[in-house]
Design a protein around this ligand. Structure first.
Ligand code: HEM
Length: 431
């Protein structure tokens, strides 16, 4: 650590003068803290004095980390504000130097690298617009729907914020799916990026959780009955009734369910997502961006570009396009508010979940035989676990060898999702 600290300042100040005799110039505290065995003559007397911090002996407290006595950045060429931060965060200097060197490979599939950043962009939009909606939204059975109507009709630009939040949620999930499949087909999950894949997979599950819990918040008829169908699903599993009870806060969907979905949507899920997202992005920075298998060896890499600022600037162009699309969709294709939920009323026709659950929804509808629903849940769970563990199963890719069997597996999963989603779309749009 002490070595790192010295390195951190090395670029800006002359190197520290070398001690005249090794060991002699070391500060008093670390030497004194050495085991008593080093000074067999007076072990008992030396130990307690060494353990006491300097402050306790009346002097100025010194942190237990060895660092230069004077400001190592005093001759630095940066502004006084920059120097203030440099002196305090000097340990980050190697990190900054590393990030400055970070490069992204350029090849015919580079385009797909932008979808992770786009997912991140739509997530940031969600946080911002969600916070604004929270200023007026009231999460109770009596007020939820009317507060939505108020936001949509009375609050200045409330309609825009609400529409952007709804559209951005869909775009975020859509981008996360594109990002997941593009990293899958480029085998970006291969060694040493296994945890990037696993953390990404958890992010997708959390994003779907956001969609599911947010759906009920307007407390309209469609959301109410869709949540009733969605929260019913675990019932077919052994012990699933307890899970249904926990999710609903009772046997039926009620205002208690709204409270639960609300707390999950604005507290638990954002907290978890931020934690996992930090790990995901840290791994991206530490391990860098991968190129598809064999591209380097066969000369298909056209060069490298700096992440800061070149790639990030291109990312920003993607974000601007994404923002334009978001505002366009919000203004031209607004989401409806619907009619207030009536727990005692009968379900309208055509109840279906959000589009990103349609594939599973269709699977449940297809397995109509005795015990079919349970089998569909088991099949889907096994599929999801295998998908999440792909980096550990695809040994060929981890040896930098092509793995066509996994490409076929990915194509089958994609086909399952697309075909089943389309089937729900076709059936329900005809109603
Ligand atoms: C909230 C959701 C997510 C966000 C915000 C996010 C963000 C990012 C970003 C910014 C990058 C770097 C740029 C890029 O390569 O696109 C990245 C890389 C990566 N992500 Fe995600 N991601 C998310 C979900 C996922 C999912 C669902 C998976 C897969 C299950 C995944 C797997 C990966 C992998 C393997 C890489 C490394 C790509 C490479 O090295 O070439 N991510 N992610």
């Amino acid at each position: 650590m002490a070595e790192n600290n010295q390195n951190a300042g090395a670029g800006n100040v002359p190197p520290k003068p070398k001690p005249a005799a090794p060991g002699a110039a070391k500060p008093a505290a670390p030497v004194a803290a050495k085991p008593a065995a080093a000074k067999p003559a007076a072990p008992a007397a030396a130990k307690p004095a060494a353990a006491k911090p300097a402050a306790a002996q009346g002097g100025v407290y010194k942190p237990p980390v060895e660092r230069a006595d004077t400001n190592p950045f005093k001759d630095s060429k940066v502004s006084p504000v920059g120097a203030w931060f440099q002196e305090r965060f000097y340990v980050l200097e190697p990190v900054i130097a590393y990030l400055k060197k970070k490069e992204v490979p350029k090849h015919k599939l580079s385009f797909w690298y932008y979808f992770g950043g786009l997912t991140l962009f739509f997530f940031m939009i969600q946080v911002l617009t969600g916070l604004l909606l929270l200023q007026y939204y009231k999460p109770t059975g009596a007020e939820a729907f009317s507060s939505f109507v108020f936001i949509q009709k009375e609050v200045p630009f409330g309609w825009l914020i609400r529409q952007i939040h709804a559209w951005s949620a869909n775009l975020m999930v859509g981008m996360a799916f594109i990002h997941m499949f593009s990293t899958f087909f480029m085998k970006s999950y291969r060694k040493p990026r296994e945890l990037m894949w696993v953390s990404g997979f958890v992010l997708l599950v959390l994003s779907l959780g956001f969609g599911f819990t947010g759906y009920l918040l307007p407390w309209n008829e469609l959301a109410f009955f869709a949540t009733q169908v969605g929260t019913e699903v675990p019932k077919v599993m052994p012990g699933g009734a307890i899970l249904v009870d926990i999710l609903r806060g009772g046997e039926e969907v009620s205002p208690e369910t709204l409270t639960r979905m609300f707390s999950l949507h604005v507290v638990l899920l954002p907290g978890l997502l931020l934690l996992v997202l930090s790990a995901h992005l840290l791994l991206v920075q530490v391990l860098g961006t991968s190129a598809p298998i064999g591209y380097k060896e066969s000369g298909m890499i056209k060069g490298y570009e700096k992440f800061f600022p070149t790639f990030l600037a291109k990312d920003a162009i993607g974000w601007l396009i994404g923002f334009g699309l978001l505002v366009y969709l919000s203004a031209v294709f607004p989401w409806e508010i619907g009619v207030q939920a009536d727990p005692l009323g009968s379900a309208p026709v055509g109840i279906k979940p959000e589009w990103y659950f349609w594939a599973q929804f269709q699977l449940l509808k297809d397995f109509t035989f005795e015990g079919g629903e349970l089998m569909a849940i088991i099949l889907f769970t096994i599929g999801a676990v295998v998908w999440g563990a792909v980096p550990f199963i695809d040994r060929k890719a981890s040896r930098e060898e092509k793995s066509p069997l996994f490409t076929i597996f990915g194509l089958l999963v994609l086909a399952f999702l697309v075909i089943n989603t389309y089937r729900v779309y076709a059936e329900y749009s005809a109603l």
